[in-house]
Design a protein around this ligand. Structure first.
Ligand SMILES: CC(C)(COP(=O)(O)OP(=O)(O)OC[C@H]1O[C@@H](n2cnc3c(N)ncnc32)[C@H](O)[C@@H]1OP(=O)(O)O)[C@@H](O)C(=O)NCCC(=O)NCCS
Length: 226
């Protein structure tokens, strides 16, 4: 039977050696993320085709000017699929203290030039690192709030606003995102979390594609022993 799609749409695989994707297809490119505040595992990809931008544009409030500062990191695992238009909001409260009399950063209108350059240290409150596990699928135009932890194998439905942690292999959706269902039984989830196939050597993964892209858990148990 003819394949429905010839190729994926302009996928950017992040932070891997060019040579290991030579046969992935003409629309696959490699993007180097060199921001020390962003860690991305191998084979995680972003497909920004419909928004016409690269993965860098998905990260809000964490850029060049934050390098060297004590701010929250964005940490993403391996083999995640990040759909077009996803946003990660970083930067904690960005210096807006809603528990102060004014939430406005009044130093920017001060007559004292020193104030202009000085961030009031306590006005910035961190939220903790944003941590995305492995094999997480984040649906189009979802927004992940600062400090959220998303477990391995989780699925984030299209246009979700993720404000709370998501357990492994759990599908969430909505605004704010709520649990829709688990992907598998607890027993199968435990098996997957023990196997951690994403840590296998890439050649073992390549040899196991027909099983990993199926629901044949018995065959997976066999692979685990190899
Ligand atoms: C979350 C998702 C994976 C669920 O798929 P599914 O199992 O086929 O879901 P269903 O259509 O059977 O819906 C199941 C329930 O989830 C709800 N739901 C589905 N997607 C939702 C979303 N994005 N936000 C909120 N709720 C959602 C449905 O309303 C339904 O609710 P109900 O049980 O109260 O009736 C899918 O809807 C989705 O969002 N996929 C991402 C698509 C995408 O962004 N692709 C980008 C290219 S990779």
């Amino acid at each position: 039977m003819a394949k429905l799609f010839n190729s994926y749409r302009d996928i950017q695989i992040m932070n891997i050696d060019n040579s290991s994707v030579h046969d992935f297809g003409k629309n696959v490119t490699i993007e180097e993320i060199d921001n020390p505040l962003v860690e991305i595992g191998e084979y995680t990809y972003y497909s920004g085709y419909y928004h016409g931008h690269s993965f860098r544009d998905c990260i809000m409030y964490l850029d060049e000017q934050d390098k060297g500062k004590d701010v929250d990191k964005l940490i993403i695992g391996k083999f995640c699929s990040i759909a077009s238009g996803v946003k990660f909001i970083m930067g904690g409260n960005q210096g807006h203290r809603y528990d102060y009399i004014s939430a406005y950063p009044l130093s920017i209108v001060s007559n004292n030039p020193i104030d202009l350059d000085t961030e009031i240290p306590e006005s910035f409150v961190k939220k903790g690192d944003t941590i995305i596990g492995n094999d997480v699928w984040i649906g189009a135009e979802s927004l992940i709030m600062p400090g959220v932890k998303i477990g391995d194998g989780a699925v984030i439905g299209t246009r979700s606003l993720v404000t709370k942690d998501v357990a492994p292999y759990t599908i969430v959706g909505g605004c704010p995102a709520k649990v829709i269902k688990k992907r598998f039984s607890n027993e199968k989830i435990e098996l997957l979390l023990n196997i951690k196939w994403w840590n296998w050597d890439i050649e073992k993964i390549r040899a196991s594609i027909s099983i990993l892209m199926s629901d044949n858990f018995e065959a997976l148990k066999g692979l685990e022993k190899l």
